[in-house]
Design a protein around this ligand. Structure first.
Ligand code: 5GP
Length: 191
């Protein structure tokens, strides 16, 4: 019998290197499926509908929500974000590990609904380092950087609700840690 895949939730404040770490993991397209979320926010430059997100209107999102189509959902910066049940179940049944890149409110819903899921939090070495990285990136004004640092600080309070915490101090080490966590998830015994 084919083994079912594992549900892996990854959360991280912005600027923690989550995209880079997951990019490496997701190179193995047969083993992993990256869950494409639905959102009501507008696409950013270069974002493609159906690849980065499924972009939808608030009405369409609320319709799906009322129909019970979402495994989890959250409001973040005045927009809805949510994970549809159907594609997740399909890829898990096909034996792929499914990676959800979601924020902490969604993470807590998965914790409740899916005790089989593995929850991973990626953190910066410190808020100081995060501030430095966001400033160096140069894409945000100092005010926005401070907003993001404050948001990160609030999100970090949820770390102890997660199964694993990876400190992104050294990128290669953080990637290796992520593979270790995924392997541990695959070896878990279901009760
Ligand atoms: P962004 O707008 O920058 O792409 O994402 C904002 C936040 O929403 C990020 O923390 C991202 O991980 C989170 N997010 C993306 N998709 C989902 C989702 O389907 N559910 C939840 N709960 N959060 C999501």
């Amino acid at each position: 019998m084919q083994k079912k895949g594992r549900l892996i939730v990854v959360s991280a404040p912005s600027g923690c290197g989550k995209g880079t770490i997951l990019g490496r993991v997701l190179e193995d397209k047969e083993r992993f499926y990256y869950s494409i979320s639905c959102t009501t926010r507008a696409p950013r430059e270069g974002e493609i509908n159906g690849v980065h997100y499924r972009f939808m209107s608030r009405e369409a999102f609320e319709r799906e929500l009322a129909a019970g189509a979402f495994l989890e959902h959250a409001t973040y910066c005045d927009n809805y974000y949510g994970t549809l049940n159907a594609p997740i179940d399909e890829h898990l049944a096909a034996g792929q590990d499914v990676i959800l890149e979601i924020e902490v409110q969604g993470g807590m819903q998965i914790r409740e609904k899916r005790p089989d899921a593995t929850l991973v939090f990626i953190v910066p070495p410190s808020l100081e380092v995060l501030r430095e990285r966001l400033t160096k990136r140069g894409t945000e004004t100092p005010e926005v950087v401070e907003k993001r640092v404050a948001q990160a600080s609030r999100e970090l309070a949820f770390v102890d609700q997660y199964d694993y915490c990876i400190v992104n101090d050294d990128l290669d080490a953080a990637i290796a840690d992520m593979f270790s966590v995924i392997r541990a998830a695959e070896l878990r015994v279901d009760r």
